[in-house]
Design a protein around this ligand. Structure first.
Ligand SMILES: [Ca+2]
Ligand SMILES: [Ca+2]
Ligand SMILES: [Ca+2]
Length: 309
């Protein structure tokens, strides 16, 4: 019986990964119609957050201006790498216009298998062909392992939506930049032994998780499954990243603390007491759970790739 459940859940995760491949690029989902995150950011804000093509992901420029940090699944999804020679570019949308810079090389974390973002190592670094111009901001990585409980600002390109419906797949075709907030509820470690999913490969300490709250206990998914994590969110300011998210940064005190890795209904991890507001598992609705790659955990790998620049 137990193994049957395990197989079923692994199938669910496989389906999730396939969906992620199809849906990469989606990002900021607002809680309510009158949330300020419904409006695109002014062009002078978060200029160092780039739109990556053709992979339809988000990345951010590190201090020094030559490297962009993103998610590994943008480059290798389900074991399928982007073809060698694919011209990946980073586009910066700044007040004076758009600046597109080709990527000359990329580095995927050696622990990334191409599968199951939920277990970790979903991080990659792109090297730009030239240093981004002065109109583009540069960001430090967060090295402080005190993220849990902190508010963060998530920035991304891609679909938008509302909490009660999830993403709108006919939105943001111009890839405007959006932002909003949430709070880190805990480490991904909490899934290790608490769920019906097979999390035996989970890399402890490597992920930060958060849920999409509408202010009710009913849809406070992490609070329902882990009473210690009860938190009903930020009201109008609350946002989610849907599954298929895109390498976008989460800023804590102006530094990159997280990278959008995955999002899914709590139904993907638990059989009962489900907080997801609807029956759609990966639409970024209220009650879904998201995971960010925890940048502080990977700081030494990032330094090794970039030479500390
Ligand atoms: Ca929340
Ligand atoms: Ca919550
Ligand atoms: Ca849902």
């Amino acid at each position: 019986m137990k193994s049957a459940i395990k197989i079923l859940l692994m199938t669910v995760l496989t389906v999730l990964l396939v969906l992620e491949a199809a849906e990469a690029g989606r990002s900021i989902i607002s809680a309510f119609a009158d949330s300020s995150s419904r409006k695109p950011l002014a062009l002078e804000r978060y200029t160092g957050v780039a739109y990556l093509e053709p992979v339809q992901c988000t990345g951010s420029v590190l201090t020094g201006g030559l490297y962009v940090i993103t998610a590994a699944h943008c480059l290798n999804e389900g074991g399928v790498k982007i073809p060698a020679g694919t011209a990946v570019t980073a586009t910066f949308k700044v007040p004076s216009g758009q600046v597109t810079i080709p990527v000359s090389n990329y580095y995927i974390h050696p622990g990334w298998t191409g599968y199951e973002s939920e277990v970790g190592n979903d991080i990659a670094i792109l090297k730009l062909k030239r240093i981004a111009p002065p109109s583009v901001e540069q960001y430090e990585i967060n090295r402080n392992k005190n993220e849990v409980g902190q508010l963060f600002t998530k920035v991304g390109y891609g679909y938008i939506g509302l909490g009660n419906k999830g993403q709108n797949e006919n939105s943001n075709s111009e890839a405007k930049r959006y932002a909003g907030q949430n709070r880190y509820d805990g480490l991904g470690d909490i899934f290790k032994s608490s769920t019906e999913s097979d999390m035996s490969e989970l890399v402890l300490g490597s992920q930060l998780i958060f849920d999409f709250d509408d202010g009710t206990a009913e849809h406070d998914s992490l609070g329902r499954h882990f009473p210690k994590l009860a938190d009903r969110g930020l009201g109008k300011n609350e946002i989610a990243t849907a599954s298929g998210d895109s390498g976008g940064p989460s800023f804590v005190d102006g530094k990159i603390a997280g990278i959008s890795s995955w999002g899914y209904s709590d139904r993907g991890f638990f059989k009962t007491n489900i907080g997801d507001i609807d029956k759609i598992d990966d639409n970024g609705s209220f009650g879904e759970i998201s995971g960010d790659t925890r940048v502080s955990f990977y700081a030494s790998w990032i330094d090794k790739v970039t030479g500390g620049r």
